[in-house]
Design a protein around this ligand. Structure first.
Ligand code: SF4
Length: 170
């Protein structure tokens, strides 16, 4: 017998659910996401790097060269450049996510960070408040959709505001 859910559908960076999709083969299980938000919302796991075709494990990447228009290059090998692969995925994927009422992003990730991703120019960190390449495209596509990132989940007022905003959208 199939079950029809009436919970709001909320996207989530997949590693926060405890899935081992990170570059190093690890997860970043987050108990607030799994235990609290998982009970309120129907969570839809998305790992942009895996969906773009990258493997586990894979070389770590970082945002480089420009704050406004960075490239995604290897942390340990600057010759590695996956910008085109990720941009192709990130330009198309958000339009497939019209059914979501919100998104929970992984902090500091060059793909998923919301306001916490470092950018490096000539090997020097020039900001720690930039946006990952997938989060940027997603938020540009849905500018009024409620979003939150991992580090904000610990701040009670922000978590409460996110939950209320998602419920209002639904
Ligand atoms: S931060 Fe995003 S791209 Fe990186 S492992 Fe988690 S879900 Fe995948």
């Amino acid at each position: 017998m199939s079950t029809i859910t009436t919970k709001p559908l909320v996207g989530v960076s997949q590693c926060l659910l405890g899935d081992a999709v990170r570059y190093d083969g690890q997860s970043k299980a987050n108990s607030i996401v799994i235990k609290k938000l998982g009970g309120i919302f129907e969570l839809v796991p998305i790992c942009p790097e895996i969906e773009a075709g990258l493997n586990v494990p894979r070389p770590p990447v970082q945002l480089t060269g420009s704050i406004d228009n960075p490239r995604l290059t290897g942390r340990d090998n600057a010759c590695l450049d996956i910008t085109d692969i990720m941009q192709a995925y990130c330009k198309n994927k958000p339009t497939e996510l019209k059914h979501l009422s919100g998104f929970i992003f992984k902090s500091r990730s060059p793909s998923c960070g919301l306001n916490s991703t470092p950018v490096y120019i000539d090997g020097r960190c020039v900001t720690e408040n930039s946006r990952g390449i997938f989060a940027k495209e997603f938020c540009a596509t849905y500018p009024s959709l409620p979003v939150i990132e991992e580090s904000e989940l610990e701040i009670k007022d922000q978590l409460t505001a996110f939950i209320m905003a998602v419920n209002l959208k639904n």
